[in-house]
Design a protein around this ligand. Structure first.
Ligand code: GAL
Ligand code: ZN
Length: 659
């Protein structure tokens, strides 16, 4: 690594083909043709690597790694902990996960182990070290892929005890814990640590502080397991690099907490291209947003570890990618900071649950199939674009996405229990910024917001003292803050803030919250602009907050019901900066207007004219990518973009490429 080039490749499962050497030889030949330079190996190979307890058979893998290396193909070597051999589960039932219902799972599927079990940890450590010993020094192994899509939780007795220990470390005493959880509610005062149990459908579901801490504990437990695996390898391979493949909008874990311990962020991107009722622009935006989130985790390029070369087989309806969409989605990842474009999977398996999942090489084994041809084309493009690899993105705007805050907000019974639509809210801001080519990062409350010009807080329900201070300093220092309804409500153990809210920000915002009204689906509340002539009416939905202004200037007011006259949107000047407060969720047009204005004020955008519907920009380093997400030709930036085509413009040299 180090040199400027993109990685191109994907998950390779030779263990499914060991009895057909001609297929394995063909793979090498085809990989070269598809310009593959990396494969992920061994993710689900445990039962082949250790067919009997303590008896390792690594020769087949060594042979494959050597052959790949001879062809210039690197390896992202996985530890096999995501799927255990049957013998292991049979001999040591404690390794099987226990559900929230307290029922222990049977052997089957994958990702179903306990993260605490000492036996599981010991067996994983042993197989990881066998791999590290054999392959740690192999020049072809450039990355270690720990496990697979970490996630899930276990409620076994071992995990319950670990939870209690973790709580003891966090609170020190039961008194403090009872206070933090407001345990006097429904007579919950705990008098012994052993009384505390994880949430259960037939047990605890009312103590929000407990439920929130359980989620934190699950992240800690999983992270601890990750570290155990990483250290097992690192002990023997001091220079090893590590990644874990993360998932789309997955909030079972707080990914921010993983970032410092990883060398490379990677994630698995499975957009629902061509979904009925949703534009491909919207679908591209959803992936773009995740690319931006994963870039933000370390402020560094990431790997798109998995993506389907044609269809998935687990979505409700599995559409194939239309011609050109493979290129579009690969370059979209690159535009947002990916240094690797990888697929699941190289060769389509013959049996079991993924036999109809898309692959570069299908059951027909042909190289003139569409997925193969389009993969090879993308591989060629990535080679030509290698100067872009490693390029960083400018720091412009940040959206505050704090996982703990989202857990707390969604765990609370409140103004709308039929769904708060958190991601819908985030997308409204993201979409409008993205359309103006503003580079968006994501930060949580541990993050540093000082380098940004614009910070957006969509529904920042839980507002920690220290982050509140950061927001104040940010605005006082000249920053622009956009903050929505249902922010600054609770503290970090989900105790409601006493006194005026949004907590700690009433002077920064120039207003205080009086009430918040839940809205039924489809229910709207009409809002009118205060001064701007010809500005359109707007409609509030989902949640409508009522505020009383002190210094803020209303931009929109509610025009209906007893809310009439209360601010629906307001601006306030504080120190050298300003804040925009949005009391409700408007339609997309509202955000386009707002962010068009802010983008023009704050950023020097290469996009002077709004881009046509379906065309999306993104900046990376010196390059501007302009992508046509539609099946029709489009015109943008004085160029004709073919269906699903991408224009790449070097903003320094003026060089233009079209794919
Ligand atoms: C991912 C997983 C892969 C494969 C893929 C299919 O979530 O990591 O192993 O199952 O989905 O889309
Ligand atoms: Zn457990």
């Amino acid at each position: 690594m180090g040199e400027r080039r993109f990685y191109h490749g994907g998950d390779y499962n030779p263990e499914q083909w060991l009895k057909m050497p001609e297929i394995l030889n063909k793979d090498l030949e085809l990989m070269e043709k598809a310009r593959v330079n990396i494969v992920t190996l061994g993710v689900f190979s445990w039962s082949m690597l250790e067919p009997e307890e303590g008896k390792y058979d690594l020769d087949w893998l060594a042979d494959i790694i050597d052959k790949l290396y001879a062809r210039g193909i690197s390896v992202d070597l996985a530890t096999p902990s995501a799927a255990k051999p049957a013998w292991l589960a049979q001999k040591y039932p404690e390794v099987l996960r226990v559900g929230a219902n307290r029922v222990r799972e049977k052997y089957g599927n994958r990702h179903s182990h306990c993260y605490t079990s000492p036996v599981y940890r010991e067996k994983v450590r042993a197989v990881d070290q066998a791999l590290a010993r054999r392959f740690g020094a192999h020049p072809g192994v450039v990355m270690w892929h720990i496990s697979n899509e970490l996630g899930g939780e276990c409620h076994c007795e071992l995990c319950q005890n670990a939870f209690r220990e973790w709580l003891r470390g966090r609170y020190g005493s039961l008194d403090k814990l009872n206070e933090a959880w407001n345990s006097a509610f429904w007579s919950h005062i705990y008098s012994d640590w052993s009384q505390i149990e994880s949430p259960a459908p037939h047990g605890e579901g009312a103590m929000h502080g407990l439920i929130l801490d359980w989620k934190r504990f699950v992240t800690q437990r999983t992270l601890d397991f990750y570290r155990m695996e990483r250290d097992a390898v690192r002990e023997l391979v001091p220079g090893a690099k590590f990644t874990v493949n993360m998932m789309y909008r997955f909030d079972g874990l707080d990914y921010y907490k993983f970032a410092p311990g990883l060398d490379m962020i990677s994630w698995d991107d499975y957009p629902t291209w061509h979904k009925a009722g949703e534009s491909d622009e919207e679908i591209a935006l959803k992936s773009s947003m995740m690319h931006d989130f994963f870039y933000s985790l370390k402020g560094q390029p990431f790997w798109m570890m998995e993506s389907s070369p044609s269809m998935t087989n687990w979505q409700p309806v599995s559409k194939v990618k239309k011609p050109g969409v493979q290129m579009l989605s690969g370059l979209n990842a690159v535009a947002h900071g990916a240094d690797a474009v990888m697929y699941f999977q190289w060769r389509q398996s013959r049996g079991a649950v993924e036999k109809f999942h898309g692959a570069v090489v299908g059951h027909d084994g042909r190289e003139d199939s569409r997925p193969f041809r389009e993969t090879a084309e993308l591989g060629k493009a990535l080679e030509a674009l290698s100067p872009i690899a490693g390029a960083l993105r400018a720091k412009e705007a940040a959206i505050v996405y704090d996982v703990e805050s989202k857990w707390a907000m969604e765990g609370a019974q409140g103004p709308r229990n039929i769904g708060l639509g958190y991601w819908d809210e985030v997308m409204l801001h993201y979409r409008a910024l993205q359309k103006r080519a503003v580079t968006v990062d994501f930060v949580n409350e541990d993050g540093d917001i000082s380098g940004y010009k614009l910070v957006v807080c969509p529904m920042l329900y839980m507002l920690r003292e220290d982050f509140c201070e950061k927001l104040r300093a940010f605005v006082a220092g000249g920053g622009t803050l956009v903050l929505t309804y249902w922010s600054g409500v609770a503290d970090e153990t989900d105790l409601c803030r006493l006194g005026d809210t949004p907590y700690g920000l009433t002077d920064v915002l120039g207003l205080r919250r009086l009430e918040i009204d839940g809205m039924y689906d489809g229910e709207t509340r009409r809002c009118v602009p205060v001064s701007a002539e010809n500005a359109p009416e707007a409609f509030g939905r989902v949640l409508c907050e009522v505020a009383e202004v002190s210094t803020a200037k209303p931009l929109y007011k509610y025009a209906e019901d007893y809310f009439k006259g209360a601010p629906a949107a307001a601006v306030n000047f504080f120190g050298n900066g300003r804040t925009y407060y949005l009391a409700t969720r408007f339609e997309p047009g509202f955000y386009s207007e707002l962010y068009a204005k802010l983008a023009a004020d704050l950023f020097d955008s290469p996009i002077k004219q709004p881009l046509p519907e379906g065309v999306l920009p993104a900046k990376r380093g010196d390059w501007l990518f302009v992508q046509n997400t539609t099946g029709e030709e489009a015109e943008a930036m004085d160029a004709k973009l073919p269906p699903y085509g991408t224009l790449i413009l070097n903003l320094k040299t003026g060089e233009r490429l079209i794919y």
